[in-house]
Design a protein around this ligand. Structure first.
Ligand SMILES: NC(=O)c1ccc[n+]([C@@H]2O[C@H](COP(=O)([O-])OP(=O)(O)OC[C@H]3O[C@@H](n4cnc5c(N)ncnc54)[C@H](OP(=O)(O)O)[C@@H]3O)[C@@H](O)[C@H]2O)c1
Length: 315
């Protein structure tokens, strides 16, 4: 499969960003990892950023660190939101809509990964599918009108895991009640996020609405992603492997910042690091496995997502 390389041999870097003064970005899970680093980049260009975080103490610490770096007037604030609890997402979306008159981009960055044993959220979802997909589906739906009024964007942070695992949405056993594995359930959740994003692109185009949706991945980045959730074995393996194969969390943030700001990005594309099986290297367009563009799964997932989140999203 051929991919375009519009950003040349060095790929996209934050050096290509102009001033973002007057723009408002909303990022989920921004107290750490790629989300925190993306916030730093956006603030450094004068943007306002609202972080939607689940842990009040970590969120306060992140804001304090950012104000220390960028000054007390830096436009960073937070809204409490736990993506694992749909009521929390509804409350957070309402609070956000009160707080910000415009949303230039919503970056769906938060995730949990490789959860060692099956966990079920209060709403009855396998935890990774609940947090990574259903929580973000509901949030995006609730903020969509404001994003549209702002002629804004939606950025979905996927993962190379989408083309691993079972490579399908297991509609007859979404929660993996029969045979749970940490890897397959994480892979399903990231595939679901990406299938949703490309379906949203198509629906927006068909409805003639002015919202861009872009999909990216951070490659392999040294973050806390496996710290709380993975098995001891996977944590040890990743701790060793990440020193050898992974890039910094800072570089892992570049694709999501690019997708939130850069002009000329294409639909049905995936952006991220392009070297060593798309784990590191210059940020540009990556090959996209057709599994993410499967329209039958997309239509079914949309219906299931509306039912499970009790959101009617007419698009
Ligand atoms: N790192 C990699 O190599 C890699 C590879 C492929 C894809 N990704 C993707 O990159 C994105 C960023 O992950 P990261 O690597 O930066 O991991 P990270 O350092 O663990 O950051 C994840 C963020 O999500 C938040 N979060 C988790 N559960 C949440 C919930 N229920 N509600 C709200 N926020 C929640 C975390 O909050 P707490 O601090 O409270 O836990 C944290 O702020 C994710 O979408 C991930 O799937 C990462």
């Amino acid at each position: 499969m051929t991919t375009r390389k519009p950003f040349g041999p060095e790929g996209w870097t934050p050096a290509q960003l102009g001033s973002l003064a007057g723009k408002t970005f909303v990022i989920t899970g921004a107290n750490a990892g790629a989300g925190f680093q993306a916030t730093r980049i956006l603030l450094s260009k004068g943007a306002s950023v609202v972080m939607m975080n689940r842990n009040a103490d970590k969120s306060a610490a992140a804001i304090a660190a950012l104000k220390q770096e960028f000054g007390g007037d830096a436009g960073v604030s937070d809204v409490h939101m736990d993506l694992a609890v749909l009521d929390s997402v509804r409350k957070a979306a309402a609070e956000l809509l009160e707080k910000v008159p415009r949303i230039d981009a919503l970056i769906c960055n938060a995730a949990i990964a490789q959860v060692a044993k099956q966990e079920i959220t209060v709403d009855g979802f396998e935890s990774q599918l609940g947090v990574n997909h259903f929580g973000h589906f509901l949030l995006t739906g609730l903020l969509f009108e404001r994003i549209e009024e702002s002629r804004g964007r939606i950025v979905v942070v996927g993962s190379n895991a989408y083309k691993m695992g079972l490579k399908r949405i297991q509609f007859d056993d979404l929660n993996f009640d029969k045979r749970y594995t940490a890897w397959n359930s994480y892979a399903q959740s990231k595939l679901a996020q990406m299938i949703f994003a490309y379906e949203l692109q198509r629906r927006i185009r068909a409805a003639g609405k002015n919202v861009q949706v872009h999909v990216c991945h951070p490659g392999a980045s040294r973050t806390n992603l496996l710290k709380d959730t993975a098995s001891c074995f996977n944590k040890v393996v990743w701790a060793i492997l990440s020193r050898i194969i992974a890039q910094s969390a800072g570089k892992g943030a570049w694709p999501e910042v690019m997708c939130a700001t850069q002009d000329g990005l294409q639909p049905e594309s995936l952006y991220g690091p392009t070297k060593r099986a798309q784990t590191v290297g210059p940020v540009d367009e990556c090959p996209l496995d057709p599994v993410a563009l499967d329209r039958e799964s997309a239509a079914r997932l949309w219906t299931v997502s509306e039912q499970k989140t009790e959101l009617t999203w007419t698009l």
